[in-house]
Design a protein around this ligand. Sequence first.
Ligand SMILES: O=C(O)CCC(=O)C(=O)O
Length: 275
Amino acid sequence: MSNHLTTVQIAQFNQEGWLAPFRAIPEAEAARAVDWVDEYERIHQVNVNRHLKIKAHLAAPWILALAQSDNILDAVEGLIGPDIMLFGASIFAKAGQDQSFVSWHQDSAYFGLEPHEEITAWVALTASNEANGALQVLPRSHTGPDLPHIETYAANNMLARGQSLTIEDESHAVTMNLAPGEFSLHHERTAHGSKQNNTATRRIGFAFFYIPPHAQCPAGRRTALLVRGQDKYGHWDRDPLPRYDFDPPAYAAMLQAWGAYRDGEVKQAAHATTI
Ligand SMILES: O=C(O)CCC(=O)C(=O)O
């Protein structure tokens, strides 16, 4: 089944700032991906949330293949057109009974892109629902400007700086209920976050960040990967791609990108919007 969007779906996205669910991969493939994540943590003795961040697609060919899959790109194409670049990828993994959460935030305030046309595909590797702290979005929040974020650095906040919006009323938030292998889409200005995992089992998803090639970082050149169509602009340098799992040049680039983000070098537009 194709994930090409209908005009009704495109209009719904433009109005609401999100769409779901779509299927990216079969459940069995999602289960194998979870095994890979478990094995990664065993081998590297790290929490994946501290490694597979910002440019996680540089860690292994299967992550890159998922980010480049037609099932995802067909849907993204309906929103940003036939020329698509992958700007980044981050894992969000919560253990069973994990108190970790993601505060309400807009990625637009931190991506530093111009114009603001980035689309995130959030791919569930496990089931993702209200009970286990699924991604939630605030519909129509993408229609306004970037809002001021407070950087709390709260211990259980999964965001590197705990960047948070103050939301008075979240009663209209929508939960992205996804089966393993399904994905949702949201706009970079759509306020989103997630609560604690109150179940016994792990909740894992990958966020893939897509832009049209005319989008750029006014703060300086960065890397991105053309995943469909043509790049007629040349605003982006190319990432070194993994030929196999943990291919040294690509893996080092991934760790460098995460470190730079965590340490604040990538804070760009946030400068103007953070209080
Ligand atoms: O997976 C989550 O809990 C939050 C995801 C998120 O913040 C994002 O996709 O940007």
